[in-house]
Design a protein around this ligand. Structure first.
Ligand code: NAP
Ligand code: HSE
Length: 434
């Protein structure tokens, strides 16, 4: 048998995160070698474009555009996948596992859509897929769910897990920017990608929530199980009214057990200003977890960026490398629950903020109250905001008590039919996190 001298790594991707990993591994080489027992060596690096200028210097003979140079190399023990996207990343991860290589990935889309199947292949092959960096960047959250919180029955997760949207919403709240201006600023600072769809439509947060909910509840929760709305319909005036009413607006990712079902949703929400999550600003992320033993715990930190994300990836690499040294692999066993049904969005109960332009004349409020009442929605407060004297219209803001989504959607349909309702400006759910 060949004597091992090092642990060889195939790095797939040399962008923001891959570049960070390629910088950190040599910097921390000696401390990691003494921790693991062998040095870690980057043997090949997969990129798309060999000629692209790189922020990190990597010997050119390590670079390749052919994934087979990593997947078919029997000397490569660990594959770090940081190319992103579903394809070909999923195929590469699967191929690496089938060849008996450990995989460390930051890919939330692949882990959300295919995680359970990939973990099953890894178990069969006696290797690991570790994915700490896929949720919350540098915030430790996957490992706490797998280890430290495992004695708990997790009852709820309330999270802000997309830095780009949190940056945009913070700018809209604090500087009265409209959505377009805040998005342009996020792009200019490199927080939002050229195509920001995944972030602003909530898909990125839904992938991350699917990963967390699967771990928390011990059963597969897919992105398709998660009701998902983005932040594009929020207007500067929603932030102004939220502030006046004592709230701030965040893109929340919520997964909780309700009456033997799993409720999982991503959407903008009014949060009371006093809540800890309401104070999470800029590109920071926070995940609030409730367990039957631990009570409430909050994980907070940098959810993206080269160094925070590399922190999570390199820790995973150290874990698999230590297992290789110790001659063990795939020791973690996931929780398995009996399987709770996914709660349909129509059954979800929250409070609502509703902003409308209506005719400014007698009887209009009564019509609106009657439509809401017919759908079992009780009004908590109603404020008449700006009036437009020439159009004889006024803007009203209604806050409701707890109501069922099905009733709210039916009421919205009825309100849109009223000739006295000129425009439904917005409706946003209100979360107390109770
Ligand atoms: P990125 O900057 O776009 O880098 C992607 C890298 O992968 C580039 O080096 C690119 O090569 C390479 N690549 C892409 N497609 C390829 C293909 N088909 N074949 C070969 N190489 C390919 O992306 P990133 O921001 O580092 O993100 C990587 C992963 O980490 C994603 O899954 C992302 O969701 C996740 N993540 C990112 C962050 C963050 O802060 N950025 C945080 C947490 C998780 P070229 O350089 O030649 O184009
Ligand atoms: N696009 C993600 C965000 C990067 O804005 O949070 C980290 O996953």
């Amino acid at each position: 048998m060949k004597q091992r001298r090092c642990i060889n790594i195939g790095l797939m991707g040399l962008g923001v995160v891959g570049g960070g990993v390629a910088r950190i591994l040599p910097q921390k080489a000696s401390s990691m070698a003494s921790q693991i027992g062998f040095p870690l060596v980057i043997k090949r690096v997969l990129v798309r474009d060999l000629k692209k200028p790189r922020a990190v210097s990597v010997p050119s003979d390590l670079l390749t555009t052919d994934a087979k140079d990593i997947l078919d190399d029997p000397d490569i023990d660990v594959v770090i996948e940081v190319i992103g996207g579903e394809s070909p990343a999923h195929d590469y991860i699967l191929a690496a596992l089938n060849k008996g290589k450990h995989v460390v990935t930051a890919n939330k889309e692949v882990m959300a859509k295919h995680g359970p199947e990939l973990l099953a292949v890894a178990k069969e092959k006696g290797v690991d897929v570790l994915y700490e960096a896929s949720v919350g960047g540098g915030i430790p959250i996957i490992a706490p769910f797998k280890h430290d919180l495992t004695a708990n029955k997790i009852t709820a997760i309330h999270a802000i897990i997309n830095g780009t949207t949190n940056y945009i919403l913070t700018k809209m709240a604090k500087e009265n920017l409209d959505f377009g201006a805040a998005l342009e600023e996020a792009k200019a600072l490199g927080y939002a990608e050229a195509d920001p769809t995944n972030d602003i439509e909530g898909y990125d947060a839904a992938y991350k929530l699917a990963i967390l909910a699967t771990l928390a509840f011990g059963q597969t929760v897919r992105p398709a199980d998660i009701h998902c709305e983005g932040i594009t319909r929020l207007a500067a005036r929603d932030f102004r009214y939220a502030r006046e009413l004592g709230y701030t607006i965040k893109l929340v990712a919520i997964a909780k057990e309700v009456e033997g079902t799993i409720e999982a949703r991503v959407h903008p929400a009014f949060l009371p200003e006093g809540l800890l999550l309401a104070k999470v600003d800029g590109v920071f992320n926070a995940i609030y977890v409730e367990g039957d033993l631990v009570g409430k715990v909050l994980f907070y930190g940098q959810g993206a960026g080269a160094l925070p994300t590399s922190s999570a990836i390199v820790a995973d690499v150290i874990e698999v490398a230590s297992d290789i040294t110790a001659g063990v692999g795939n020791r973690w066993r996931s929780k398995q629950s009996a399987g709770m049904p996914i709660r349909p969005m129509s059954s979800v109960e929250t409070r609502y903020y509703l902003r409308m332009i209506v005719d400014d004349r007698a009887g209009v409020l009564a019509q609106i109250a009657s439509s809401l009442g017919r759908n079992s929605i009780s009004i908590a407060s109603c404020i008449q905001k700006e009036a437009n004297a020439s159009a004889k219209t006024a803007e009203i803001v209604i806050m409701t008590h707890l109501a069922r989504e099905a009733g709210m959607q039916k009421a919205l349909g009825e309100l849109r039919e009223l000739s006295t309702v000129k425009e439904i400006g917005n409706f946003v759910r209100v979360e107390g996190m109770g």
